[in-house]
Design a protein around this ligand. Structure first.
Ligand code: BTN
Length: 322
């Protein structure tokens, strides 16, 4: 619960009016101070009915992430334990880059209610309206060569996919390398930005965007055909704090597995959740379009295609078209 005595008083008496006089007496503040606090809460998205001689009644509570709710949803040792919640920012990737350069530890997490310049892969924009999605960046400081960064990307996709399935029951699958799709429409995107030194990773910022409680009217028409939300797929609101906790739990578990046993086990999990495997696909790459049957991942995390003439082609970056 928010640390606001006035709000908690109204929350504890759902549907009931409490007079301004009673609030001011119980809180030991003036009537003007009560009115000011109500107006401040209105700006945060709370809605009140104010009726003369009856008082105030809370009629709508915004779905706002609470620090304690997020922390309590996690069972991790380090992932997400250093948590920063922000109302509005340009991009959590930018916020995390600043923290990373100041020496923030591995596992630090930044979550924003809204991003004004959320960014996606290949320079695309990422729609991030307030209060409806999970827009977050996790800092990782693995002691690994830079060439391992693509494997971390795939690991993140597995972790988020497993968390979504467990929390919502929505049948999300992975499109190479790390898009999560439901019935062919994108519900989550992952952007890994790595900073290296002497061929080694200095740090990675895993940016995760999940369309949780967005409604069709939240999307511009051109996105509606290719994007969806967990709410639109399940027909139910999803508790964002619980889902963030589940993502952190899965990420930490898989990251520890990866550090102990290498990419092998993650690769199998990824292939099992992939919607691309065994399918005839086209991949748009910087070298042009490449067609073939998706066979699996090679040990570095590249996508292996078998072309019509039986050639095995490894693809390191590109956009899969199903
Ligand atoms: C993609 O599929 O293109 C990747 C989208 C990544 C979006 C997330 S939202 C949190 C973080 N901050 C950003 O600006 N981008 C990532």
């Amino acid at each position: 619960m928010k640390d606001n005595k006035l709000l908690n008083m109204l929350l504890q008496n759902p549907g009931e009016y409490i007079s301004g006089e009673e609030i001011s007496r119980r809180l030991g503040i003036s009537r003007t101070a009560v009115w000011k606090q109500i107006n401040k809460l209105r700006l945060e998205g709370y809605e009140f009915e104010a009726v003369s001689r009856k008082g105030y009644r809370l009629v709508h509570t915004p779905d706002k992430l609470e620090f304690t709710a997020v922390i309590e949803a996690m069972k991790t040792n380090s992932f997400g334990r250093r948590l920063k919640l922000i109302d509005v920012t340009t991009s959590t990737q930018e916020e995390m880059r600043l923290l990373a350069e100041q020496g923030a530890p591995s596992g630090s997490l930044i979550i924003a209610e809204e991003q004004t310049s959320g960014r996606g892969r290949q320079g695309r924009k990422w729609l991030s309206p307030p209060g409806k999605g999970i827009w977050m960046s996790l800092l990782l400081r693995p002691e690994l060569p830079l060439t391992c960064a693509p494997q971390l990307t795939l690991l993140c996709a597995v972790a988020v996919c497993r968390a979504i399935r467990a929390v919502t029951g929505v049948d999300a699958g992975i499109k190479w390398p790390n898009d999560l799709l439901v019935q062919g429409r994108k519900v989550c995107g992952i952007l890994i930005e790595s900073v290296g030194e002497d061929e080694l990773i200095r740090y990675c910022i895993a940016g995760i965007g999940i369309d949780v409680n967005l409604e069709p009217e939240d999307y511009p028409p051109e996105l509606l055909a290719i994007a969806t939300s967990l709410k639109m797929e399940s027909g139910q609101d999803c508790n964002r704090a619980v889902l963030i906790g589940a993502v952190m739990n899965e990420l930490e578990k898989l990251y520890e597995l990866y550090v102990e046993q290498g990419f092998g086990p993650i690769c199998h999990l990824w292939e099992a959740l992939s919607i691309t495997m065994g399918k005839e696909i086209t991949v748009k790459t910087a070298r042009g379009d490449i067609q073939g049957i998706a066979e699996g991942l090679d040990p570095s995390g590249a996508l292996t295609l078998i072309s019509k003439d039986g050639q095995r082609i490894n693809i390191y970056s590109g956009e899969v078209q199903l």
